[in-house]
Design a protein around this ligand. Sequence first.
Ligand code: 6R9
Length: 659
Amino acid sequence: MSNEESGTSEQTLSNLLKEDRRFDPPADLAAEANLTEEAYARAAADREGFWAEQADRLSWETRWDRVLDWDDPPFAKWFVGGRLNAAYNCVDRHVDEGRGDQVAIHWVGEPVDDERTLTYAQLKDEVSQAANALAELGVGTGDRVAIYMPMIPETVVAMLACARLGAPHTVVFGGFSADALASRVDDCGAEVVITSDGGYRRGAASSLKPAVDEARTKTDKIRKVLVVQRTGQDVTWDDDVDVWWHDAVGSASTEHTPEAFDSEHPLFVMYTSGTTGKPKGILHTTGGYLTGAAFTHWAIFDLKPETDVYWCSADVGWITGHSYLVYGPLANGVTQVMYEGTPDHPAKGRWWDIIEKYKVSIFYTAPTAIRSFMKQGREIPDSRDLSSLRVLGSVGEPINPEAYVWYREVIGGGRTPVVDTWWQTETGMILISPLPGVTRGKPGSAMIAIPGVEADVVDDEGTSVPDGSGGYLVLKEPWPAMLRTIWGDDQRFKDTYWSRFKKQGFYFAGDGAKKDDDGDVWVLGRVDDVMNVSGHRLSTTEIESALVSHPKVAEAAVVGATDEDTGQAVCAFVILRDEAGDGGEDIVEELRNHVRQQIGAIAKPRQIMVVPELPKTRSGKIMRRLLRDVAENREVGDVTTLADSTVMDLIQQGSSGAK
Ligand code: 6R9
């Protein structure tokens, strides 16, 4: 954002920042909070000392002799010389410390009453068996293993078994195609794939194994495929390659001694859903990543491992599933819920049934889910007992103030702080977030960097912008869970994240953000989600927020489409709330005027299309690139990273002729 332009953006962004609702932390939570205000100053005074304290939450076989080696930036090494085993920390340690009978996972399958409970002791046995079975299949330290699974306990077991062996895993979201799987397997050279026959989704068994079979025709890397039987559906079988999990793992010994690995030993590679080009394999290593995931999970959710029941609704195929379903919660030894299916099967309200049944106290989900519940109305959650909830989290996208307030009021009964957590696959851990016992929450703002993290908003030259202005979100100092490189491509790692502000040595996050008058951060979305209409910079988030604040609108996505007159023009796609019916004849005009009223004439959409669905990635992010294709009457581009690739057909049918 250039200097002249930020003046304009300041005015047009003022709509979001007009938000003046504030929510104090509940007094009882504040009194017992894991972190207090003092942590910020303590961490700022001695950042490395602060992180060393956090690393001490883990069990190390050998202690580190240097906290941070930043001698060759941007290649960081954390807890240098330290040795540990991530799986030992997530499982065995709790058993060794006498918590073996505590439930680790209450697993809830999609078919009602298909449930399984695993204690830490049982998890230890299964992880040990799986590690022995993988070793038997020839998996050794450093070998990569691909995991292509539904949301079942074996997925967590498989990840931990890999970690136990020091074999980096790469989890590929089960909704991805055979092509996507093959290209990831190829890129990281995985010779073993762990999968299942299928999983349950929207009431039916959907298959996974055929995609692995197909991937094997596209890459010659795959030597063995370990198959969990989940649905019992027919699978084609190759005796030379395929191995049943229940045979190999079921017959393996429950004794397995975990080896300690170097703190910088690779733990996993997670491919990001790239907008264009080859996906990036983000590499995370052991000691720093586990420290960051465990600490943030404890601090930001104010976790009390002995009494809380935690639930993160993310899929393990996403970084949130890695840090806040597997490594963070299990390192902290909490009891958690894991759910296989969709929120509306067999009926709307399934999630609230689960919260009621297991007395979930901390719940972490995405704004897209919250907005879809708003669409259904409050009667459904109102008819469940959600009084066990005490902290709510949000991740993945900016949360619109309306969705934040609804989440807090309707789901949290007006009691619960909402932590809007900003982070990325690359950051490995939450970096900007309120602290539930400290922060006076503002709907729509992720607030400030957590203790130990240095974030800022800067202009084109890398200079910190004054409060009240917008720019680029950067990280000024290394943090323990930061990515170490892009798998096999150090140059791309440097170019993508470290070249934009090379002189200053800042990490460029790719997000636009704004500091309000109090210095609190409002993340506005990816820099490429900024539109330029007649020379005015408009953020998609701001206009979407205005649309969602209209009582008939459930969800909105805004893109800038090329326009002869104005350079770009605002095009909006909206999903109406159930009770709004078809919205009435004049709905489009009504909404255009609403945006004008909320923000100003410049933001009034040229075009609004009422659609039944929006195209989203697995992590709930709207793929605006595809909507831009529709808005510009182009053939729709690559849809392979969509969670549901049929959505584009629905949108195109609905939008034809609309203007
Ligand atoms: C964890 C995750 C990262 C991008 C990030 C930003 C957006 C995530 C956000 C948020 C505003 C939040 N994002 N959390 N934007 N407020 N609380 O989502 O990782 O899939 O790599 O996406 O998501 O644009 O740059 P990832």
